[in-house]
Design a protein around this ligand. Structure first.
Ligand code: RIB
Ligand code: CA
Length: 310
């Protein structure tokens, strides 16, 4: 029985990699809907990219709901210097042949979770947590229907990627992230400590191009752009592919290493810093399954085998 999921994303190059992997895994994952949120690029661009990806894969049956154009309290921060103005690096997607649904993503999350059975739907945020944070404030009762929240976000021993201590998704909307961390439902948080171990190396870029497949060609053009941007920083190692680690975790959790922790997101001072307490000091209760390791070669093999199915 496929696991019902809702992906909440800011596509974004690595969000596209995650979406394609999920779309290629219908036996395991039933995508109930895709929500978009301002993050890497403005939310309208994220929505166009999600619709373009569904057009590219012929899955326009999957509904897309546009979400928040800015964080709850902070001014929006974008990463178009990394993902390009289109959010797709050097790649192009077909013009969407469908529109986003008229409902706001927050309304979709509330309506869908309110009508779902307890602990039945897995949420997969790969962008700032604004939509889910607001849905939980407006309708706290929806938490009961959440089976698990598998989030790309946070940083501990690696340090941050937008400030010295904060990862982008947590930094963009720390107030929403703080709300989600305390929702009381099972959270798996896949932070930079894990995702920086998943690089698009020269060897893996060659595997993508050698596959000679429309989807690997698309991903190559996306990631190649990010690798060029990060060239000086990451060199041969290539850029990290953060978001597909969430889908990889859902498909093959045995490829990941995790430990329970208490995680708090700072909203003042070190904005977006994830205080990851793995020693559960004081009266801290574990609220997160903190993922900080992965088997990169086998994860890449899995993702490649999936996206070439499309
Ligand atoms: O820090 C990496 C995260 O920020 C990824 O989700 C990337 O897409 C950006 O949203
Ligand atoms: Ca993202």
């Amino acid at each position: 029985m496929a696991r019902p999921i809702i992906i909440d994303c800011d596509p974004g190059v690595d969000d596209c990699f995650a979406l394609l992997t999920a779309l290629a895994s219908p036996e395991e994952l039933e995508i109930k809907g895709i929500c978009t949120v301002a993050g890497n690029v403005p939310v309208e661009t994220c929505t166009k990219n999600a619709l373009g990806l569904l057009t590219f894969t012929g899955r326009t049956d999957i509904p897309v709901y546009q979400g928040c154009p800015r964080p709850i309290q902070e001014a929006p921060v974008f990463a178009s210097h990394i993902h390009g103005e289109t959010g797709l690096g050097a790649a192009r997607l077909p013009e969407p042949v469908v529109d986003a649904r008229p409902e706001h993503a927050v309304a979709f999350l509330i309506d869908t979770l309110r009508s779902a059975s307890p602990a039945s739907i897995t949420l997969v945020p790969t962008g700032p947590l604004t939509n889910l944070g607001l849905a939980l404030v407006e309708a706290p009762d929806i938490a009961e229907a959440i089976a698990e929240i598998v989030i790309m976000g946070g940083a501990f021993e690696t340090g941050g990627n937008i400030t010295e201590t904060a990862e982008f998704n947590m930094y963009a909307d720390p107030h929403a992230a703080d709300i989600v961390m305390s929702c009381g439902r099972p959270i798996t948080l896949i932070g930079l400590d894990a995702t920086l171990k998943f690089r698009c190396t020269v060897e893996r870029m060659k595997m993508l191009s050698d596959a000679r497949h429309k989807t690997t060609d698309l991903i190559s053009e996306m990631i190649g752009h990010v690798n060029d941007i990060y060239g000086e920083i990451y060199g041969e190692d290539g850029a990290a592919m953060h978001d597909p680690c969430t889908i990889g975790y859902l498909l093959a959790p045995h490829l990941f290493e995790a430990r329970t922790a208490h995680v708090r997101v700072e909203t003042e001072g070190r904005r977006g810093h994830t205080a990851v307490d793995v020693h559960l000091l004081g009266d801290a209760k574990p609220n997160v399954n903190w993922v900080d390791g992965l088997d990169a070669p086998r994860l890449f093999e899995l993702l490649l085998s999936r996206i070439t199915r499309l």
